[in-house]
Design a protein around this ligand. Structure first.
Ligand SMILES: O=C(O)CCC(=O)N[C@@H](CCC(=O)O)C(=O)O
Ligand code: ZN
Length: 332
């Protein structure tokens, strides 16, 4: 009888990355003469052994454990590169964020890891994710401290709900102009539909890398959450191709310009009395009109301040003190 794989078997490269098992790819890069380090669980850096200065690229996936599409995409990209290691043209740091949450298929275990990258953690201190963020912060600093001026961080996520733009990115406004332009150019080459310029940290990993390491950093949302191994990666073929070119130092192909939005309000949940007027299933980038109520929180009423604002990441279920949504306006 022919042996057959169960239909739900994961490709080995995807299983390995989801379990933060770098054994095979690390060995391939070592065999090709690279200096490979594993500074913390789920983190691998790959650099030329001769110490030459190259662009530094940090790729992170699984910062939210149920956002599995990017894990699959990056697993395939790194697997292919490790089989042709001399094509790697950058210093690479690969970070699998919330390993326990990936295993559990949940956004997080105790608290949202992507709110821990801030000086004051308040009630988030002491959670499982706070310790993980500390390890990521230390490894990230070590990686960028030794790097040259060209620094990238692509933190790959997926949205919880549907979006008017199936792919979009959040870009910290404080990134230096030339680097931001290069980043938005890359996002365009990756056919990312929209970019949100973010003036203020919400404690995210990408904002941290922009603020503390001068990286051209972005949270990139690729479709919606899904089961590991069952994501339709054909939706992200342009992103995968642009990523391959970035890692191989090849020129990008022009695929278009993302629509540009600017964050104008951050909706914070201040108490258990917080209520959102928009439903949980409201699509990202749904337009609301001036004066419409977005949310109430006791005496605080969040209303639309511009003729039109679009709601992104509406989520009343976050912890008290955290962001329950963003309001954006179109600028280009
Ligand atoms: O769909 C949602 O509500 C959340 C998707 C997600 O995890 N988004 C990131 C964005 C981070 C940023 O603002 O840069 C997050 O909320 O952490
Ligand atoms: Zn996420």
């Amino acid at each position: 009888m022919l042996s057959s794989q169960p239909s739900n078997a994961l490709p080995e490269a995807v299983r390995a990355l989801a379990e933060a098992d770098f054994g095979t790819v690390a060995q391939r890069f070592r065999d090709a003469g690279f200096a490979v380090a594993l500074p913390a669980k789920g983190i691998m850096t790959v650099k030329p052994a001769d110490g030459q200065t190259r662009p530094a690229v940090l790729l992170s996936v699984g910062v939210h454990g149920d956002e599995t599409g990017p894990i699959e995409m990056v697993a395939h990209a790194v697997e292919a590169l490790s089989r042709a290691p001399q094509q790697l043209a950058v210093d690479l740091m690969l970070c699998v964020g919330n390993i326990d949450a990936i295993r559990a298929g949940k956004r997080f275990i105790d608290a949202d890891l992507n709110r821990m990258f801030r000086a004051q953690r308040g009630a988030l201190a002491g959670t499982a994710e706070a310790a993980r963020a500390d390890a990521m912060i230390a490894a990230t600093a070590a990686f960028f401290d030794g790097a040259g001026p060209v620094r990238w961080h692509l933190d790959l996520h997926t949205a919880i709900r549907a979006s008017h733009y199936p792919t979009f990115a959040v870009v910290p406004e404080l990134i230096e102009q030339d680097r931001k332009q290069a980043l938005v150019g890359w996002l365009g080459a990756a056919a990312i539909g929209a970019v949100i310029m973010n003036p203020k940290s919400s404690g995210t990993y990408s904002y941290h890398c922009a603020e503390h390491h001068g990286a051209a950093a972005s949270t990139v949302e690729l479709g919606r959450i899904g089961t590991l191994g069952q994501n339709d990666l054909s939706q992200f073929a342009d992103v995968a191709a642009a990523l391959d070119r970035l890692l191989r130092g090849e020129p990008q192909r022009q695929a278009g310009q993302p629509h540009v939005f600017k964050q104008v309000q951050e909706i914070i949940k201040h108490s258990d009395a917080f209520r959102m007027s928009v439903g949980r299933d409201t699509q990202n980038f749904t337009a609301l009109k001036r004066g419409e109520v977005i949310a109430t929180d006791g005496d605080t009423v969040y209303t639309v301040q511009h003729d039109e604002e679009l709601v992104v990441f509406p989520n009343p279920d976050v912890r008290v003190g955290l962001r329950a949504g963003l309001m954006v306006v179109r600028v280009a």
